[in-house]
Design a protein around this ligand. Structure first.
Ligand code: FES
Length: 70
């Protein structure tokens, strides 16, 4: 089921500490590895991400996902 919160918000709600700064897709501080599943961005972020990485602050899961935090 698609969630309306960002992955960052979901992790925070679960008391999982995640690095972040801008929360808007600019800085790249919230970069994490997407191990399994799919996510989507509401707006294409400006920060650089490598293949297989996502920005937690501005992406939402579109499937069950597995991520690796930095
Ligand atoms: S917190 Fe800056 S890109 Fe996510």
């Amino acid at each position: 089921m698609a969630s309306s919160s960002s992955i960052l918000e979901t992790l925070e709600a679960a008391n999982i500490e995640v690095p972040y700064q801008c929360r808007e897709g600019f800085c790249g501080a919230c970069r994490a590895k997407l191990i399994e599943g799919q996510t989507q961005y509401a707006n294409e972020p400006l920060a650089f991400v490598r293949d297989g990485e996502i920005l937690l602050c501005c992406s939402r899961p579109t499937s069950h996902i597995k991520i690796e935090l930095p």
